[in-house]
Design a protein around this ligand. Structure first.
Ligand code: SF4
Length: 323
């Protein structure tokens, strides 16, 4: 992380980035890339799907008056206690960090992370655990952010163990993109320690088959070998993975890495990411095409988050086929 490129770093010019645009984007949405993420970019490919996800673009600054940075009211919704939010009755979100290894250009929280309330101090952790304990219907805690795996091993394991100790919790889920953006962060010791709690599940976010590198496979393999179920939540992104072939290669590659393709999310209606959105009609046709080619274990569910909805909504139109 000390070697990460931040803001309008001159090195980005070699990848076709206009540094003046990068500077303007960075003032509104952070720009950050790990050296590992940079190493995967292809200078010769003008529409490199990995560059689209990682490099700042003028499209992020196009005014979208009907879109807001916070359609799910994350910033205005009252917190259960500091750094802890609840949208669904059986699970809560714990903000574990406000930074990420790579600042994804399609991030749904790109305008919110800087101001996020993050559980940092022992007192804040204790208060969050006490709140969950006082609400026995909660059976799953999601550590997210930001990137929980940017915490030190000591802090991350302290947080995980504090929640895992509660008998009411069936799972401590970690939402992390580190297997994609900084896979060497997953060390054998960390994987073993997380697995030892017997409650940790990991959700990651691979969006393109080119992200399935030897380093990523090793990171996921360490987690799976430690007894941690690893699932993948892809975001459907225009120009990155909005084709049958791209999604097929991704899902089959994930299964080879023992990572379950779990969800394909439609891009949320958020300011700064409108250029990534794929139409509902196109998403439905991709879901149908994939279902014709993949068995259930490699087939993700296509869903979208709708403000006010009690759950993630499937995008499929129910049809009763006749054969
Ligand atoms: S890792 Fe997740 S939270 Fe962080 S920038 Fe990427 S999409 Fe956003």
């Amino acid at each position: 992380m000390r070697h990460a490129l931040n803001g309008a770093a001159p090195e980005l010019a070699a990848y076709g980035v206009d540094l003046a645009v990068a500077e303007r984007v960075h003032r509104r949405y952070p720009v950050r890339l790990t050296p590992y993420a940079v190493s995967l970019l292809r200078r010769s490919e003008p529409s490199d799907p990995l560059a689209l996800q990682a490099l700042p673009a003028a499209a992020e600054l196009v005014p979208e008056p009907e879109l807001t940075a916070d359609p799910f009211f994350e910033t205005t919704q009252a917190a259960c206690c500091y750094g802890l939010k609840q949208r669904f009755a059986d699970r809560v979100l714990v903000m574990a960090h406000d930074q990420c290894a790579v600042a994804c250009r399609h991030c749904t929280r790109k305008g919110l992370l800087g101001a996020a309330e993050v559980v940092r101090t022992p007192g804040q952790v204790a208060a969050a655990v006490a709140w969950v304990k006082a609400h026995p219907k909660v059976r799953e805690v999601l550590l997210s952010g930001g990137e929980p795996l940017l915490l030190s091993d000591r802090k991350l394991l302290g947080l995980v163990r504090a929640f895992a100790r509660l008998p009411q919790l069936d799972a401590v889920r970690i939402g992390t993109r580190v297997p994609v953006t900084l896979p060497m962060r997953v060390t054998p010791a960390l994987a073993r320690a997380l697995g030892a709690s017997k409650k940790v599940w990991v959700n990651t976010q691979f969006n393109h088959a080119r992200e399935l590198t030897a380093e990523s496979a090793e990171a996921c393999g360490l987690l799976v070998d430690a007894g941690i179920p690893v699932s993948n939540q892809t975001v459907l992104l225009k120009g990155v993975n909005d084709s049958e072939e791209a999604l097929f290669a991704l899902c089959t590659g994930l299964q080879r890495m023992r990572v379950r393709p779990y969800y394909v999310f439609l891009c949320d209606p958020i300011a700064g990411i409108a250029h990534f959105r794929v139409s509902l009609r196109r998403a439905r046709s991709l879901e149908c095409a994939l279902a014709n080619r993949l068995g259930g274990l490699a087939l993700p569910r296509f869903v979208r988050d709708v403000p006010g909805a009690p759950r993630k909504l499937p995008i499929a139109v129910k049809r009763h086929a006749t054969f």
